[in-house]
Write a protein that binds this ligand. Sequence first.
Ligand SMILES: [Zn+2]
Length: 260
Amino acid sequence: MGFDVDQARRLNSAVGHMRLVAGETRMESKERFSLLTVPAGLRACALLVHLGPGELQLLRSIAIDHGLSPLVARSASLRPRPSERYGGDISRVFREHDAKGDHQVLWICASDAIRKQLKSAPSDSWALLDYPDCCVQSARRSNAIVGEALARAIVDKAGGDPKLVRKALREDWKVSVEVPEKLTMLASARSVQRTNSAFPFALHTACDSCLDDPSSPTAELNQRYAAFAQQLDPALYAELLLAAAAISPDTSRSLKDRDP
Ligand SMILES: [Zn+2]
């Protein structure tokens, strides 16, 4: 697939002064790169979840000026529905707790048609982000199992009392959960580190089968995005490699292997 470097460059200079990630500078270049894949024609949309409220409105109008279609949504719409397996009172406590962390997020879509598609079916949106299906399914599975195990542990520790469950969530009680080893790894920061090390330009966390296969869907995406980054802006390309290496356990090797 080809890409339009000029469109992406124009947006890159328009957002050059902006902070896209409130309070975490290491993620800044990756977030900017993720946004630029849309005007480049590499992805149907990008999702920005770390913007401050002022930046969100500013980026929204910059995107419109650049012929893109932004959509402001709630972060709660991205989460899977909370478990309904408990009594109504406990389920409500979990829902209220989730609602407290809710904030605005910004989708940047390549066209109005994509924006409409997204608005009508937000739960099917991961494919529009061009994340490989194997990685999406694997993350969903492990998040569901780990999330369910955590909820169960909290309810058990609170003795099934909704008031105590609320207190446990508010005070962030520590609980221990038992989940299969493989899933603990998937849900942990380790798969993020492994993805950074193997695929510094990937915009998602790779599943185990992608990580083990040099011709996997994630490997192909990584190659395409690396070629784009290099043409777009050699400084950004180098920043992305450095940012990935900074949180990678295998710094020297990933840099050596990826150098052009
Ligand atoms: Zn995968």
